[in-house]
Design a protein around this ligand. Structure first.
Ligand SMILES: Nc1nc2c(c(=O)[nH]1)N[C@H]1C(S)=C(S)[C@@H](COP(=O)(O)OP(=O)(O)OC[C@H]3O[C@@H](n4cnc5c(=O)[nH]c(N)nc54)[C@H](O)[C@@H]3O)O[C@H]1N2
Ligand SMILES: Nc1nc2c(c(=O)[nH]1)N[C@H]1C(S)=C(S)[C@@H](COP(=O)(O)OP(=O)(O)OC[C@H]3O[C@@H](n4cnc5c(=O)[nH]c(N)nc54)[C@H](O)[C@@H]3O)O[C@H]1N2
Ligand code: SF4
Ligand SMILES: [Mo]
Length: 686
């Protein structure tokens, strides 16, 4: 096969790649000259082809036998077991006894068909996805402020012109390394409790205690007001709500903010002056400020700062959220969310229901209402009021969900757990039925990257015999459940054309985007409402997406983390990522080079904190919270705050960071508090 242009399977940067070789064991990847990565890839991108021929790649369906072991079965047998089980559970307990959990790594076509399958073939309201754990706080805050949620409302290449960029809780030097090239000219202000790889490259590093960013954001608005740096004509002309937001900020004077966050008042002032000095500044948020029980309010706090300085909706400045998963953007638009229909429509809006029902050929009243958000859904599994069956497509919640031991118990309590995956993830290992599916380089589809640009994923090689695509699996199941096959096309292009129609007139309007236009090389960012429309790389230049065209300041105030430190649990624990591993590690823990780079869970601790706890560098530590305990190897790091330890969440078993994390949820977004909980740390008793 000749070279094929596609994109990396992992993160939302969706680096352009060129594949050559044509066989799973010989395929080679090179970076292409795509604008987001311009000839660069990170270590995960370079090694991504190895997962195609992973030694334990799933190639046959597995069904749990009477002795409790998973054994190979034919597709017909496996699908019959699933369909019979679903029918029986539905007959006995009603349609909401069957649930679906999706993922932000699924293509647009898969995410769309999964939502349709849940609402029509299963008739359930119980569908949500791992994006709830990812960017939901920023989505809630972005929608509130701007009227629409697109992670970056501008292309990443715009960042090249920036003089100052504030990165709040984003470690892009490890999580999106090729993006760093667009920031080489800029002065970086990094807000991170750790001296991360990104913070090390910053002109100014603000190192707040975890969970205190909202106080910091309020304080920065305070300084902007007091120092006369607010762009008053922009605020008057383009925004509502400044006075109320400003009143809150006035209570957060620099010394008070210093007391709460630990960030010196002088550094706060310096940050605001750098941002305001020239107007070509950007404020970007990542999971560090978002994954909190007040994540949405914290993002609102940073958006308020951006609005006060007049940054959003102008060329050369702005606010954006750095979306995470490969299709983190598209995955949140096409209806796999509990409260959503395709086109980023609300499932409770009668006009939206009527439109989508007409595209699907059903009556609006046949569509279920909103279901539970991701954690609430997982928490309800196998309980008397909760679902008794769960289908998982594109997530590994046994590792990645908060309070993982509890979630694992809930998964184990199900009558039927079905997992579609291409590797035996920790969640697949618990399933009653495992369905082996294709990977990125073996399939066609579209993904929407962090800038809202729709990209083509292209097939470069044949899947292993016996493996089916997710779209085909959904159709095969739907037909067994009595649906007409024509309602579930399995050709990605056909699904995309239906998705276009379903999205028409919605906030995320894809109706003018086609495979033909994408394959001709057009750069198309949504909204793109007709086939002659050039797409919208930059949103909000003329108006924000609220009906009156104005942005909204959101009135927010600081509050403490859901769990504060105490004599029993004296330290903050925070969690996050390392360069070499992706998410729950299901894929990257199967790549030798990445395991060699980081092979086991570790905990970063300040040497003084370690000494007080009797910990030695390289020794094993037990990290305990009110939820449970995990073990990890100690890494001393003198740049850590004395009151904070950090653990990555990429590892299974006893090394799961989520054994300790707090599932306290953000009331605006349903986001769990992954980024701060109270722990104690001690040597393990080995
Ligand atoms: N290597 C790698 N890259 C990835 C991924 C991966 O798993 N591995 N996943 C992708 C996905 S899905 C996502 S969502 C993105 C995430 O990308 P990022 O948001 O950059 O990743 P994190 O490491 O979760 O968090 C970023 C930083 O937040 C800091 N932090 C922790 N607590 C706080 C706090 O209370 N306040 C502040 N200000 N900062 C805090 C952490 O120290 C960390 O350095 O990465 C994407 N890219
Ligand atoms: N403590 C802590 N926990 C966290 C976070 C944190 O910062 N700290 N971050 C959270 C965030 S931001 C995220 S995004 C989540 C992610 O956590 P998960 O949802 O667990 O994400 P992955 O590990 O990417 O799991 C994806 C699974 O689906 C499979 N898969 C990939 N593509 C496809 C496909 O096309 N079809 C099918 N059927 N399967 C596929 C993969 O092999 C893998 O097993 O973790 C969250 N959990
Ligand atoms: S930065 Fe993201 S998209 Fe680019 S190579 Fe790395 S994992 Fe892949
Ligand atoms: Mo994420």
């Amino acid at each position: 096969m000749s070279d094929v242009d596609t994109h990396c399977p992992y993160c939302a940067l969706q680096c352009g790649t060129r594949l050559s070789g044509g066989r799973a064991d010989t395929v080679r990847v090179r970076p292409s000259d795509f604008p987001v990565n311009r000839g660069r890839l990170c270590q995960k991108g370079w090694t991504a082809p190895e997962v195609l021929s992973a030694v334990d790649r799933l190639t046959r369906p597995l069904v749990r036998g009477p002795d409790g072991r998973l054994v190979e079965a034919s597709w017909d047998t496996a699908l019959d077991v699933v369909a019979d089980g679903l029918r029986e559970i539905r007959a006995r307990h009603g349609p909401d006894a069957v649930a679906v959990f999706g993922g932000g790594g699924l293509t647009n076509e898969k995410a769309y068909l999964l939502g349709k399958f849940a609402r029509l073939a299963l008739g359930t309201s119980q569908i949500d996805y791992n994006g709830r754990f990812c960017m939901s706080s920023a989505a809630a805050a972005g929608t509130a402020a701007f009227g629409v949620d697109r992670g970056l409302p501008f292309p990443v290449t715009d960042l090249r012109g920036a003089r100052t960029v504030l990165l709040a809780g984003a470690n892009i030097a490890e999580t999106m390394p090729p993006l760093m090239q667009h920031l080489e000219q800029a002065r970086l202000i990094v807000v991170d409790p750790r001296r991360s790889a990104t913070a090390r490259r910053a002109a100014l590093h603000l190192q707040p205690a975890p969970g205190t960013d909202l106080a910091l954001a309020l304080g920065l608005v305070h300084i902007a007001i007091v120092e006369g740096l607010v762009d008053q004509s922009y605020v008057d002309e383009r925004c509502h709500g400044f006075a109320a937001a400003a009143r809150r900020a006035m209570a957060w004077w620099p010394e008070r903010v210093e007391g709460t966050t630990g960030v010196p008042a002088s550094a706060q002032r310096q940050a605001v002056r750098m941002l305001a000095e020239s107007r070509d500044s950007y404020i970007l948020t990542g999971r560090g400020v978002e994954q909190h029980s007040k994540g949405a309010d914290t993002v609102s706090g940073f958006i308020n700062l951006a609005l006060a300085l007049g940054l959003p909706g102008r060329t050369g400045s702005g606010y954006g959220c750095l979306t995470g998963q490969g299709n983190g953007q598209g995955g949140r638009e096409h209806g796999q969310k509990a409260d959503q229909l395709p086109g980023y429509r609300s499932i409770t809006d009668p006009a939206a229901r009527a439109h989508v029902a007409s595209v699907w050929g059903v009556a609006p009243e046949d569509l279920p209402g909103p279901g539970r958000g991701a954690y609430e859904l997982l928490d309800a599994l196998g309980t008397p009021q909760g679902p008794r069956a769960l289908l998982v497509f594109g997530s590994n919640p046994a590792v990645s969900a908060p309070r993982a031991a509890h979630v694992t118990e809930r998964l184990a309590a199900l009558d039927l757990l079905v997992v579609a995956d291409f590797v035996p993830s920790e969640t697949a290992a618990m399933a009653h039925v495992v369905l082996p599916v294709t990977q990125w380089a073996e399939e066609e589809g579209t993904m929407t990257n962090l800038e809202g640009r729709v990209l083509r994923r292209r097939q470069a090689l044949s899947p292993p015999p016996g493996v089916r695509g997710d779209l085909r699996v959904l159709r095969d199941l739907a037909v067994r459940l009595g649906e007409p096959a024509s309602r579930y096309p399995s050709a990605p292009r056909e699904v995309f054309d239906e998705l276009r129609a379903a999205s028409r007139g919605g906030k995320a309007d894809y109706s003018g985007i086609s495979y033909q236009r994408l394959d001709a090389g057009e750069a198309l960012h949504w909204p793109c409402p007709d086939t002659r429309h050039p797409g919208t790389p930059r949103l909000f230049l003329d108006r924000f997406a609220h009906p009156d065209g104005k942005a909204r300041f959101w009135e927010v105030d600081h509050r403490e983390a859901a769990e504060e430190t105490s004599p029993e649990f004296p330290l903050h624990a925070t969690t996050g990522r390392v360069l070499a591993h992706y998410q729950s590690g299901a894929q990257t823990r199967r790549v030798a080079e990445l395991v060699e780079a980081v092979g086991a869970p570790f905990v970063e601790v300040h040497p003084d904190t370690a000494a007080r706890s009797g910990l030695l560098d390289g020794g094993r530590a037990l990290i305990t919270s009110a939820r449970g305990a995990m073990t990890a190897q100690v890494r001393l790091d003198a740049t850590m705050r004395l009151d904070t330890v950090f653990v990555p969440f990429h590892f299974p078993g006893d090394g799961r960071a989520n054994l300790v994390t707090n599932p306290a949820l953000d009331p605006r977004s349903g986001m769990p508090e992954f980024k701060v909980c109270a722990v104690r740390i001690a040597p393990t008793q080995e």
